[in-house]
Design a binder for this molecule. Sequence first.
Ligand code: GDD
Ligand code: MG
Length: 366
Amino acid sequence: MTRLDAVVLAGGEGTRLRPLTYDIPKQLLPVAGLTMLERVLESLAAGGVVDAVVSLGYLPTAFKEAFPEARAAGVSLTYVVEDEPLGTGGAVAFAAREAGLWGRRLVVRNGDVVTDMDLGLLVEAHERMGGAATIALVEVEDASRYGVVQTDPDGRVRSFVEKPVGLPGRSACINAGTYVMEPEAISFIPQGRAVSIEREVFPELASRGLLYAWTVRGYWVDAGTPSSYLAANLDLLRGSLSLALPAGAKPAGPGVWVLPECRIDAAILEQVLVGRGSQLQDRARVEGAVIGSNCWLGSGVTVRRSVLMDGVVVEDGAVVEDSIVGPAVVVGRRARLAEGSVVGGNVHVEAGSDFRGVCIGRQGLQ
Ligand code: GDD
Ligand code: MG
């Protein structure tokens, strides 16, 4: 396998996952028991990446604290931190310079892309087509929130349009947030200001006939919105992609995985990952859910299609469905969270309350 230098873009504010991302940068949110960053690195490592530059700006200290030895998923990390957000293009050029990779071929990956795409095949296609850069493509049902890419039969990119208006609901080939870039492509990034790779650099490279694209196979999701973040967690549990569950997870029934030191009393579980030290009381029903470490689920609780982060308490008779619950949240007795609700860390959801499709932070409803 050829050695690859990678840059992971992880400096965005994660606005679509607020209020969770007020305290935790998006790439440190858990995806089936490991951080999103580890999920990204795991898939890059499978393609031969051993060193990666993590490009930071928002809450950078959290990354250094999470991985103090600058190693994750078997990949050794170099952190580079922007003083001001440089945008997705400016970040690549800055990372290349700061980390001493100027003049090298780089693999660039958006830090919220959870995938098992084969990086080796992308690099092979890049070399065969011979462009200055090659973008991985996937086909999605609703292209409007992505970069839409049109190619010629030989793979050359004819047009790249970021988040086109007037396309809602239309399927199309889109930018899968993974690029192979030669130094020539990186030299097109203007210096000294914020630059969007999608709005400036790719359209420019395409107009010069230097940009190519290659459709990748396998599982792919941009986990940057509440619904796609939830989907990434649940798909991983279902085994829809070949990424690993956290070390030490032991099978405890069909589709049920439990980490050490859990206590589970007569609970009914289906497609669940239960984190270390969590306790589930009698008649708790948990289906299609990721439960963090040190959670406590009371008697008669129901949790379905949801993610509960570390230290969450769900009191007796409460229901959590299709929702994301941040760390150390308390869901009071008989409360109900449903329909895509997102609860930020440390919030107390009052007993008996009923929330559907809302975002709740420490200041209340958002
Ligand atoms: N270092 C740094 N600096 N990183 C940044 C900055 C910045 O100024 N801005 C964004 N990022 C990081 C984010 O943290 C994220 O990991 C990645 O760049 C992409 O940003 P998103 O905000 O997630 O972009 P998006 O999801 O709307 O769209 C992008 O991804 C889609 C597929 O995943 C685009 O690349 C689309 O074209 C693409 O289809
Ligand atoms: Mg994204």
